[in-house]
Ligand binder design. Structure first.
Ligand code: CAA
Length: 675
């Protein structure tokens, strides 16, 4: 096999070049090639300096994550970085694209660094539940300072080249198009200076920055193991000699890589990328061109959906029925953008550019020049059918007609047009301009190129999209239903809202089912007839307990929206419980998990069996990005695999649930949803 690493001699400078598409991951062959390149330079007396650079779209984007579960191949990355650092001839890293993880560590092994202005450098290992295990936590505080090191390692957020220059992470900026040439010139300049091994540099900055950083971010890191391990390693760099620091880092790295959290986070890394792939699409299918998007409805959903496209530079025509609703909707969009600008997330001219792409109108006919139309009106089949019937007459041939429905049957909606092949669902999650998940619903007659277009567009607007089949609630909301139902039943049997919510929060959810109901509005979906009281939610809604917005719901709220258990709510629960003839009993936390979370796994298994999700990992992606399932548990299906599907089945059977056949099979064979 030919090596992905080659060398090029430029008089007294040896350039080591890696070309390992797509992202120059540091797989075994690359490591062997780098090691050989350094040896070649050292063995040749006429070579005075070395440049390491990459061909293709990026500098090394990290260790090869696919190797993590395979037997190790020598030389390991830490050895290669040490070999580079030990070179007696200066070694220069020439950086473009993204120098991430092990890639960033290779640059730290080099003696000097030069980068193009668009380059980024970072240590995102923490996002995989890991830490930079090739000396990154020990070299970064020496090269870039304690403050930058702890932030980069524990958050995984990369820094741009300009910032890298400021903090000393790079020594020089190259021309955007002249990196190869500039790096050789820089290398020649450094011959006189000689090597500058990072390990010999003193740690820079104030140690107190570490504790301050940990304190500020404690909430963000709740439940995660890796951020604390990263912080501890950077802290170790401030007090241990370099070699001891390296040994400490290794020990911490192995602890993390053997753990469930890192396995879960790595699973999600690949799951997110896998989700983009559509089963059963011929290789010659091409996406349709989308220049202008139409959105029907300027309410919270329609406005949020429009903002996604405007922010990505795609023109939007937004339609409402009345002028005041249109003005209100577009006004909120502008306000949201201006709030982002005030926080420094956007420049004022970007606000104007985005709003400049928006065409508000009251005329549905104005959608005639749109390539994709997303309907975001309220959930009523007759209304949706009427709109789609009209769109069929107005829209140009080949335009994609999408509904943002959360539950309704896309095939039935499609049947109200003469072009069901162009109809699909695009289910955004609220707030639509923030939440990353998009369920793209494939109808029975949806054309492959229409589906592919929607999936591609999702990526363009920064969403993580998952293909779902036509069923009530698609993937996410369908699995939410048994959870919500059981949560309610648990209240009737003796659990309190606070107990159920606590169990969910301790599990790692951002909030529990009742906190969520209070935030979203207890009155959502309420029939608005105070005399018709069929369940606890109806009873709460009837007495104005609509959630945070009315200062009371399942909980009471003070003016700062801090919740406290409510006597009135408890009374309502007790009344219902008594009416149903139930005797209250002590409910264990484990029972709450079994009845609210195991039931979700059971529903997920049915969704898979029915082909409503393409793969188990897609379900995991839905729950991570749409509902805040803790990423360190890898999504519900991955979590079930780690718990053991036999344990899940036993837990469900205890409470008399019918078990999905697929789940049963996996339990019997000790199988997994995610292979
Ligand atoms: N190892 C193996 N495969 C990788 C990879 C890696 N480090 N990074 C990306 N890939 C693969 C992706 O899975 C994807 O494969 P498919 O096309 O088969 O789906 C392909 O490369 C392209 O990736 P993206 O679709 O993500 O491309 P992008 O242009 O959107 O993003 C990127 C490029 C910013 C580099 C992004 O891929 C990324 O963030 N990669 C991971 C970076 C990372 O976490 N590095 C740290 C690795 S751990 C480490 O280095 C540990 C250590 O210290 C020892």
């Amino acid at each position: 096999m030919t090596s992905p690493v080659t060398t090029e001699r430029h008089d007294d400078v040896l350039v080591i070049i890696s070309n390992n598409p797509p992202v120059n991951a540091l797989g075994a062959n690359v490591r062997i090639g780098l090691d050989a390149g350094i040896r070649e330079a050292l063995a040749d007396e006429s070579i005075k300096a070395v440049v390491i650079r990459c061909d293709g779209r990026t500098f090394f984007a990290g260790a090869d994550i696919t190797e993590f579960t395979k037997p190790p191949v020598e030389p390991g990355l830490p050895d290669v970085v040490n070999t580079i650092e030990a070179s007696t001839k200066p070694v220069i890293a020439a950086i473009h694209g993204t120098a991430l993880g092990g890639g960033c560590e290779v640059t730290l092994g080099c003696h000097y660094r030069i980068a193009v202005p668009s380059a980024k450098m970072g240590t995102p290992e923490v996002k995989l539940g890991l830490l930079p295990g090739a000396g990154g936590t020990q070299r970064l505080p020496r090269v870039a300072g304690i403050e930058a090191a702890v932030e980069m390692c524990a958050t995984g957020t990369p820094v741009g080249a300009k910032k890298a220059l400021e903090i000393g992470l790079i020594d020089r900026l190259a021309g955007e198009d002249s990196l190869a040439k500039d790096a050789i010139a820089f290398a020649r300049e450094m011959i006189a200076k000689g090597p500058r091994p990072s390990r010999n540099l003193p740690v820079k900055g104030d140690v107190a920055a570490i504790a301050a950083f940990a304190k500020v971010n404690a909430r963000k890191f709740r439940g995660f193991e890796a951020p604390a391990a990263n912080i501890t390693c950077v802290e170790a760099a401030t007090r241990l000699p370099f070699e001891e620091g390296l040994a400490f880092e290794r020990e911490q790295f192995f602890k993390l890589i053997m753990g469930v959290q890192s396995a879960a986070q790595r699973h999600i890394f690949f799951a997110e990328r896998q989700a983009q792939k559509i089963d059963g699409i011929a290789p010659d299918v091409k996406p349709r061109t989308i220049n202008r998007v139409g959105v029907i409805g300027a309410g919270t959903m329609g406005g949020g959906i429009s903002m996604n496209f405007l922010s990505a530079g795609v023109a939007v025509t937004i339609v409402e029925m009345k002028q005041d609703a249109l003005d209100k909707g577009t006004g909120i969009m502008r306000k949201n953008y201006e709030a982002s600008a005030a926080k420094g997330r956007m420049k004022p001219e970007q606000v104007e550019a985005a709003m400049g792409l928006l065409k508000p109108t009251l005329a549905l006919e104005e959608l005639a020049d749109c390539d994709l139309i997303i309907e975001a009106v309220y959930e009523n089949m007759d209304v949706k059918k009427e709109i789609f019937g009209k769109l069929d007459k107005i829209c140009k041939p080949g335009a994609i007609l999408a509904s943002n429905t959360s539950y309704l049957n896309i095939d039935e909606i499609a049947a109200s047009t003469s072009r069901p092949q162009d109809v699909l669902g695009m289910h955004f999650f609220s707030p639509a301009n923030v939440m990353k998940l998009l369920e793209v619903v494939r109808g029975a007659k949806t054309a492959p190129d229409a589906l592919m277009t929607a999936m591609g567009l999702a990526k363009k607007i920064g969403k993580v999209a998952v293909v779902a089949g036509v069923c009530h609630g698609f993937i996410g909301n369908r699995m939410l239903e048994p959870r919500q139902m059981e949560a309610m039943k648990l209240l009737m049997e003796g659990a309190t809202p606070a107990q159920v919510d606590r169990v969910h929060v301790e599990f790692g959810m951002p909030m529990g089912p009742f906190q969520m109901a209070d935030l979203a509005g207890v009155d959502i979906g309420w029939h608005r007839d105070p005399t018709r009281i069929e369940n606890i939610r109806d009873a709460l809604a009837a007495v104005g307990r609509w959630g945070q917005k009315t200062g009371k719901g399942f909980y009471d709220y003070d003016e700062k929206r801090n919740p406290t258990p409510s006597v009135e709510t408890q009374q309502i629960i007790d009344d219902f419980s008594a009416k149903a003839g139930l005797t209250k009993r002590e409910i264990s936390d484990q029972e709450i998990i079994e009845r609210t979370l195991y039931t979700m796994v059971n529903e997920g298994a049915r969704i898979l069996e029915e082909g409503m999700a393409q793969r188990a990992s897609d379900i995991d992606v839905v729950w991570i990005y749409g509902y805040g399932w803790p990423v360190y548990r890898g999504g519900p299906m991955f979590w079930a695999d780690t718990e053991g599907n036999d344990k899940i089945v036993a837990g469900l059977e205890k409470h008399g649930f019918a078990i999905a056949p697929l789940l049963k099979r996996l339990a019997e064979t000790k199988g997994r949803f995610n292979r």
